[in-house]
Design a protein around this ligand. Sequence first.
Ligand code: CDP
Length: 222
Amino acid sequence: MIPVITIDGPTASGKGTVASRVAAALGFGLLDSGALYRLTALSALEAEIALDDAPAIAALARVLPVKFEDERILVAGRPVQDAIRQEAIGNAASKIAALPAVREALVELQHGFRQAPGLVADGRDMGTVIFPDATLKVFLTASVHARAERRYKQLIEKGFPANMLALLQDLKERDARDTERAVAPLKPAEGAHLLETSELTIEQSVEQVLDWWRHWAGTQGK
Ligand code: CDP
């Protein structure tokens, strides 16, 4: 069985950065599942499809012409890795992610990322729904203030406008939507290791996940 490490958690908890560093340290592939919801949202907005038109958005998601190439994400050959990071796209992503048909349409694409020698998958439902048989499950959290600061820095670094108060409000709304939705709500998977990162550096968070992984590998005699 190809090993999978799932890293789930709320918006701006740092799971993307931790996931990509853990994947690099182990030589594993990476699935940024949030990017798939963001890409679908971007494509829907560009096609002027209403964000509550579940069948139309699901149809779009099922045939997303997406390619992941190192740092780049290409949709029909166009690099969109920066465009999808805008707050407006994140918001639209969280809306369409509440539609069951859209989630269903993205399942197969996500399973396809499970390739040797292993996969690190980050998102909301990696451990609960997409890879319930994962080897190691991590649930990453941080206080809403720590997360707003991280998101602020991330946006400014990418040259996008950012406002701390608006971001705080936005994070709270997104948390509510992600945890209260009926399908695949954000919650720790059974058996997940909880990692509270408000006071941790990225390196410390990465080291903790790798420690858990080594511990598991040790019990397998690997
Ligand atoms: O950066 P942030 O954590 O806000 O977002 P993301 O991980 O890129 O995901 C964007 C949106 O997609 C989130 O607000 C979630 O609502 C949704 N999502 C989801 O429902 N399930 C996933 N596995 C990943 C993301």
